[in-house]
Design a protein around this ligand. Structure first.
Ligand code: UMA
Length: 463
């Protein structure tokens, strides 16, 4: 945990009792602040006040300072820390944020607090619509493999104030969502990466342009000593690259997996090409067994660039990359029986996410279904030719079966994951890919997608 003591004796408001809010509360109370916390969800409050670990409400609110949760009336606060899931601007501004703005109460964020508390560490920030978690985890893996003191957190799941305190020999590798970036007031990323931008989170922004602008904020406080790495394969990020080249003080490094750049870092035909001032080198990358697909090539290139520009040895970076086993539950190769591979993509809880897996593999035994959250699997029909057989589970079975039947795709309503694997085994497939990429939430049959993915891993192992 990073202790925040700059607000000793102050009253700090915190909105949201999730991962960000709870770790901020611990850091602030430990540093001597009084905390007044809000959450709109009564269940969140009940869970916190009853859970064993919080029983004494964070060790009696770190002995002396007071923690008040959901005050009856408006209470004076010196600063307001807002969790990323809570809106800070229209169309989804939270009423407490609105009140704070009217009262001129400064709004603060956990990322900025980390940067202030650990000013000498290096900061690597990663954003983009897709691939940012894999890239964050891969960069973390590379730096840790090469024995650099490294902490990995942010949107990937670990709130930044719960990470360990780092000094000047340390690297924070932080996945930053648009929500986290839009509330930064001074965090300077020594290395900032923008992977791609496509429409997302449309409920929180007035327009796509506004969402894209939030992401570009990752470069805001960079200086001439810093690197801005931008993938130019995506048309929107290419436009941003061209604009930043004119306006930013940072060293702008384009990366691509589609064209060999005259200046920048490209990954083509199994080689990473580095063409930067005074450098013109290429490095072989063997089969990216655990990181298949075009989208992963982009993640690998960005990670290589971040590590290379921070002075790590290129051959060692590639060696570490090849030993990265991927993120759990995301197109994760979990077993191989002869020529039959088992891929756990349980995190694919919507059709868009499942599309990436279907694009990546061929000869697929597809396990799909659960609670369908969007327009179903019709938008995936251009990928159906890759499916050898589909096993449909959970509530969406009938709906999915109808769509697959209309496209003449062999399928079985298997009801459960376990039965899907049993039926598959009976058909004795010798080659191909058994893909759990449900395009659905898991909650009709599982506690969460992790439980579903772990069950699949066990079944794959025993196959
Ligand atoms: N809450 C309110 N009022 C609101 C909204 C939320 O009271 O208007 C309360 C909820 O009842 C809940 C708490 O706020 O108790 C949750 O806060 P939060 O939504 O900010 O979630 P955290 O647990 O703090 O997790 C956040 C990120 N969540 C979001 O941005 C929605 C996590 O990213 C991140 O891992 C974590 O901080 C640590 O940095 C998750 C995410 O879904 C993975 N991110 C989005 C994405 O990737 O698309 C952006």
């Amino acid at each position: 945990m990073v202790i925040i003591d700059k607000y000793k004796g102050n009253k700090i408001g915190v909105i949201g009792l999730g991962r960000t809010g709870m770790s901020a509360i611990r850091s602030l109370l430990s540093g001597g602040a009084t905390v007044i916390a809000w959450d709109d969800n009564q269940n969140a409050i009940a869970t916190i006040t009853s859970a064993a670990d919080q029983a004494n409400l964070i060790i009696d609110s770190i002995s002396n300072k007071i923690l008040i949760i959901n005050p009856e009336q408006n209470t004076y606060i010196d600063q307001l820390l807002v969790s990323p899931g809570v809106g800070i601007s229209p169309p989804k501004i939270h009423p407490i944020v609105q009140l704070a703005i009217e009262n001129k109460t400064p709004i603060i964020s956990d990322f900025d607090l980390l940067a202030e508390a650990c000013p000498h560490a290096h900061y690597i920030g990663i954003t983009g619509t897709n691939g940012k978690s894999t890239t964050t985890a891969l960069i973390g893996h590379i730096f840790q493999s090469l024995k650099r003191k490294t902490e990995v957190g942010g949107n990937i799941g670990t709130s930044v104030l719960s990470l360990n305190h780092l000094q000047k020999d340390g690297f924070y590798v932080l996945e930053a969502s648009s929500f986290q970036i839009e509330r930064l007031k001074h965090m300077r990323f020594n290395t900032a990466i923008l992977l791609n931008i496509t429409p997302d989170h449309q409920d929180r922004y007035n327009s796509f342009e506004e969402y894209a602008a939030a992401k570009v904020g990752i470069f805001n406080y960079q200086t001439s000593a810093d690197h801005a790495i931008i993938c130019t394969d995506c048309p929107i990020s290419e436009q941003i690259y061209l604009k930043l080249k004119q306006t930013s003080r940072a060293k702008i490094i384009p990366i691509s997996t589609q064209q060999k750049l005259d200046h920048g870092i490209s990954f083509l035909d199994g080689k990473i090409h580095v063409k930067l001032d005074g450098i013109n080198d290429s490095y072989m990358v063997d089969d990216l067994y655990y990181l298949p697909g075009d989208h992963n090539a982009q993640n690998v290139t960005a990670s290589f660039a971040a590590a290379f520009l921070n002075g790590l040895n290129p051959e060692e970076i590639i060696k570490a990359t090849l030993s990265f086993k991927g993120l759990e539950h995301r197109m994760q190769l979990v077993a191989q029986k002869g020529d039959l591979k088992f891929i756990n993509d349980s995190k694919a809880t919507n059709a868009d996410a499942a599309a990436k897996a279907l694009q990546t593999y061929d000869n697929i035994y597809w396990i799909a279904g659960g609670i369908c959250k969007d327009h179903g699997i019709e938008p995936l029909s251009h990928l159906f030719h890759k499916i050898k057989h589909a096993y449909l589970v959970g509530r969406a079975s009938d709906q999915f079966a109808e769509i697959l039947a209309a496209h003449n795709i062999p399928h079985t309503k298997a009801e459960t994951l376990e039965n899907s694997i049993k039926l598959l085994k009976e058909s004795s497939p010798s080659a191909g890919v058994v893909l759990l990429s449900p395009a659905c939430a898991s909650l009709d049959q599982w506690r969460n997608f992790e439980e579903r993915g772990n069950a699949f891993c066990r079944m794959a192992d025993e196959f």
